[in-house]
Design a protein around this ligand. Structure first.
Ligand SMILES: NC(=O)c1ccc[n+]([C@@H]2O[C@H](COP(=O)([O-])OP(=O)(O)OC[C@H]3O[C@@H](n4cnc5c(N)ncnc54)[C@H](O)[C@@H]3O)[C@@H](O)[C@H]2O)c1
Length: 389
C-alpha cells in the first residue's frame, strides 16, 4: 500500500470494543424486531419514528423524558408505554435504549442503560467528553453489550457511493479532502438552543460528527490533528419559539478549523462554523492522484456524487452504487440489530468515540497551539451494499 492510501479495514487496527466479544443473550439480533425504549423526546424524535415505521426490525415499546407530559403525549401517538427514565432502562421488555437526550446527558443515560443490561444507541456526540466515551465503551465491553451512535447518514447512498468510487481506485491514491460546514448558529431555528453553546456543543461537536465520520469512512482513521478556533460573541439571541429574543451564554468556540492526518497519510482540512452568514463552499471534496470527487452533504443520507477524472473536461454524476436506499435517522440502529450478536454495527460506539477524540483533539490543539496525536485506532466499517432499509 502506498503512503497515502486509505487505512486498511483490518480488524487488528480496530479498537477493542469493536472486536468480537462474548455475547450476552441478544436473541433480538437474530430475527424478531428489537424492542426499543427511547429516552429524550425532543426535536429529532420524529425522524427516528418515521424510519422505524417504514422499516422492519425495530418496534418502539417504551418512551421516557424528563418532561413526563411529553412522554405521555408521545406514548399516546405511538402506542408505546410512557415510563420514567429509571423505569425504562430497567424494563424487561426493552432490548435497546435509544438515547435522544441532549449531549450533556448522553453518557449518564447510556451508562444507566448498560448497567441495566441494555444495548445502547445514541445521538451524537457519543458523550460530552472523550473520557465519558471511553468509560462507556469499557462498561459495554465488560457487559458484552453493543453500543452504537449517530451519525448514520454515512450509511446512505451519498457517502457510501463516494466510498465505492475511492475503493475502486477511480481517483487514484487519495491525497487530500476538504470539508466545510458554515452557517449562522442553530439558535435561529431551534426553540431550545442552549445546548449548542455549552461544553459538548459548538459547530465542531454538533456538525463535526457528520463530516468527520464521513472523512473516516472515505479515508480511514485519523492519527493526528492541528486546530485553530475562535468565539465571535459571548451571547446569542434565540430566534424562534416561545423564548424568541432571550439571550443565551456562549461557552464554546463558534468557528473551528483543523487539519487531520489520516492513517494512510491523506490530509483533510475542515472548517466548522456557526459564524457565517452563508457559503458556496462544497460540503466535502476528496482529491486523489487521478481524480477529484464531490461528496454530498454528510448530514443527509443521499445526494449527488460527482467525479472528475484527470483529463476529463467536466464533472460527471455517479449513479448510486452502494448504501442504504431511502434511509433516515435510525438506520444505524437497524444496522446494529441486523449485525450478529457479539459484534457492533457499522455506526459503532468505537467509531463514534474515535471521532469524538479527534474533535476534542482539534479543540485541544487550538488551545495549546501544537499538533495533537490521536490514541484510538479505528477500522473503517464494512461498506454497505446497495440495500433497501
Ligand atoms: N434537532 C436536530 O435537528 C438534531 C439533528 C440531529 C441530531 N440531533 C441530536 O439529537 C439530540 C437531541 O437533540 P434535540 O434537538 O432533539 O434536543 P431537544 O432539546 O429538542 O430534546 C431533547 C429532549 O431530551 C430530554 N432530556 C434531556 N435530558 C434528559 C435526561 N437526562 N433524561 C431524559 N430526558 C432528557 C429533554 O427534556 C428533551 O425533551 C442531540 O444530541 C442533538 O445533537 C439533533
Amino acid at each position: 500500500m502506498s503512503a497515502a492510501e486509505p487505512g486498511p479495514d483490518d480488524p487488528s487496527t480496530a479498537t477493542a470494543t469493536s472486536q468480537v466479544r462474548p455475547a450476552v443473550d441478544q436473541e433480538w439480533r437474530s430475527g424478531r424486531a428489537a424492542r426499543i425504549g427511547i429516552v429524550g423526546l425532543g426535536t429529532i424524535l420524529g425522524q427516528y419514528l418515521d424510519t422505524f415505521e417504514r422499516a422492519q426490525g425495530a418496534q418502539v415499546v417504551a418512551v421516557a423524558d424528563l418532561d413526563q407530559a411529553r412522554a405521555a403525549d408521545v406514548a399516546t401517538r405511538t402506542g408505546a408505554r410512557a415510563l420514567t427514565v429509571p423505569e425504562l432502562v430497567d424494563d424487561g421488555e426493552v432490548d435497546v435504549v435509544l438515547n435522544l437526550t441532549v449531549p450533556a446527558a448522553h453518557a449518564e443515560v447510556a451508562q444507566a442503560a448498560l448497567a441495566a443490561g441494555k444495548a445502547v444507541y445514541g445521538e451524537k456526540p457519543l458523550a460530552a467528553t472523550g473520557e465519558q466515551a471511553r468509560a462507556l465503551l469499557q462498561a459495554a465491553a465488560a457487559a458484552g453489550l453493543p453500543t452504537g451512535g449517530a451519525p448514520d447518514t454515512v450509511l446512505g447512498t451519498g457517502v457510501q457511493t463516494a466510498r465505492a468510487v475511492i475503493d475502486e481506485g477511480t481517483i487514484g491514491v487519495p491525497v487530500a479532502a476538504n470539508a466545510t460546514f458554515a452557517a449562522p448558529g442553530h439558535e435561529r431555528w431551534h426553540p431550545n438552543p442552549d445546548f449548542y453553546y455549552l461544553p459538548g456543543g459548538g459547530p465542531l461537536m454538533d456538525m463535526g460528527p457528520y463530516y468527520l465520520t464521513a472523512l473516516v469512512t472515505l479515508l480511514g482513521g485519523v492519527t493526528s490533528v492541528i486546530g485553530a478556533a475562535s468565539t465571535s460573541a459571548p451571547e446569542r439571541v434565540i430566534g424562534s419559539g416561545p423564548r424568541a429574543g432571550e439571550r443565551i451564554g456562549v461557552q464554546v468556540a463558534t468557528h473551528v478549523t483543523g487539519v487531520l492526518t489520516h492513517t494512510g497519510g491523506a490530509l483533510s482540512t475542515i472548517v466548522m462554523s456557526f459564524d457565517s452568514v452563508a457559503t458556496q463552499a462544497p460540503q466535502i471534496e476528496v482529491h486523489g492522484t487521478a481524480g477529484s470527487l464531490s461528496v454530498p452533504d454528510p448530514n443527509r443520507f443521499d445526494g449527488p456524487v460527482r467525479l472528475r477524472t484527470a483529463g476529463a473536461d467536466q464533472w460527471q454524476e455517479v449513479a448510486p452504487s452502494a448504501g442504504y436506499l431511502e434511509a433516515g435517522r435510525g438506520v444505524g440502529l437497524l444496522d446494529l440489530v441486523r449485525t450478529p450478536a457479539g459484534q457492533d454495527g457499522r455506526a459503532s460506539g468505537a467509531l463514534a468515540a474515535h471521532v469524538l477524540e479527534v474533535m476534542e483533539a482539534v479543540l485541544g490543539s487550538a488551545e495549546q497551539g501544537r499538533e495533537v496525536p490521536i490514541s484510538t485506532r479505528t477500522s473503517r466499517p464494512a461498506p454497505v451494499p446497495l440495500t433497501r432499509i
